[in-house]
Write a protein that binds this ligand. Structure first.
Ligand code: PMM
Length: 275
């Protein structure tokens, strides 16, 4: 059964900025709602990784995420912390996070693997080729799947050498990170090759631009800008079911209900009975 990871962004652009306590409260309430919606995991992040986004000062990042991580962990959630900073990662684990989700796979902070090794936490290694401000400049592949799998395998080896055993590692193909539209589809269509690495695979497609581009190209309505959140969430639920069918361990989504529903329908279809 594929797990559903609900996204809790604690960034100024994700919640109206009524000050840090109001923002933490809003993020905690949102996380609790996602738990009630049936999320198996909650991913708390304080730095936007959208294309073009600037880096956030690690102290500001910690100020944003730590109260949210502790409150959600205290409420019984399995929390992951979405960070590329080793100090934030360690502080979040001390606050109750069980998983460190580093979209850069340890490349943004070369102390990340050693820091996580010492905590006993699990680590999700994302495929990444450089910061948001320059990620498209590096979206140059002869064979996107082969290169992503090889680069992930190298990061897994580095993590193991730094003292994190394989059973604490998760890999993520990094959809949208240093990949253009069709490179994402090519990679998703070969997801079993990522699964063949033999580790748990996390997939994050939620609301990403390549989904809106595909829907716009399919002809309904205006351009990608005209593809609203509802349609992106439906597309996310479909990609999540397909990722699940190909062996994904977990999918990272904004709309937990849509994806859980889609996974339940797919399961009933497969098993010939309602779940
Ligand atoms: N995508 C984003 C942020 N964090 N973490 C993982 N493991 N995988 C992803 O694909 C991923 C991530 C960017 O999406 P958002 O800004 O909508 O959260």
């Amino acid at each position: 059964m594929t797990l559903v990871m609900g996204i809790v962004n604690v960034t100024p652009d994700s919640f109206s900025d009524g000050g840090r306590y109001a923002r933490a409260d809003a993020a905690i309430a949102h996380g609790l709602q996602l738990l009630a919606d049936g999320a198996d995991l909650l991913d708390v992040g304080g730095e936007s990784t959208r294309p073009g986004a600037e880096r956030v000062d690690p102290a500001v990042e910690r100020d944003r995420v730590l109260p949210v991580v502790s409150a959600l962990a205290a409420a019984g959630a399995v929390v992951s912390v979405d960070t590329m900073n080793s100090q934030t990662a360690v502080a979040a684990v001390h606050a109750g996070a069980r998983i460190v989700n580093d979209v850069s796979g340890g490349l943004a902070d070369d102390g990340m693997f050693a820091a996580v090794a010492g905590t006993g936490a699990e680590l999700a290694i994302g495929h990444w080729r450089g910061p948001s401000t320059e990620m498209y400049a590096r979206a140059d592949y002869a064979d996107v799947t082969g290169e992503v799998v090889a680069e992930l395998a190298a990061r897994v080896d580095a993590a193991e050498s730094a003292g994190i055993p394989r059973d604490r590692l998760i890999v993520d193909p990094g959809i949208g990170f240093g990949k253009r539209g069709d490179q994402n589809w090519m990679l998703l269509s070969h997801l079993p090759q990522v699964v063949d690495l033999g580790l748990r695979v996390l997939v994050g497609t939620s609301r990403k631009r390549f989904l809106a581009d595909a829907l716009a190209a399919a002809g309904a309505g205006a351009g990608a800008e005209g593809v609203d959140e509802r349609r992106r969430d439906l597309a996310t639920a479909v990609t999540s079911v397909l990722a699940s069918a190909d062996g994904a361990w977990a999918v990272r989504v904004h709309d937990v209900i849509a994806t859980r529903d889609a996974l339940a329908v797919a399961r009933a279809w497969r098993e010939g009975a309602a779940p």
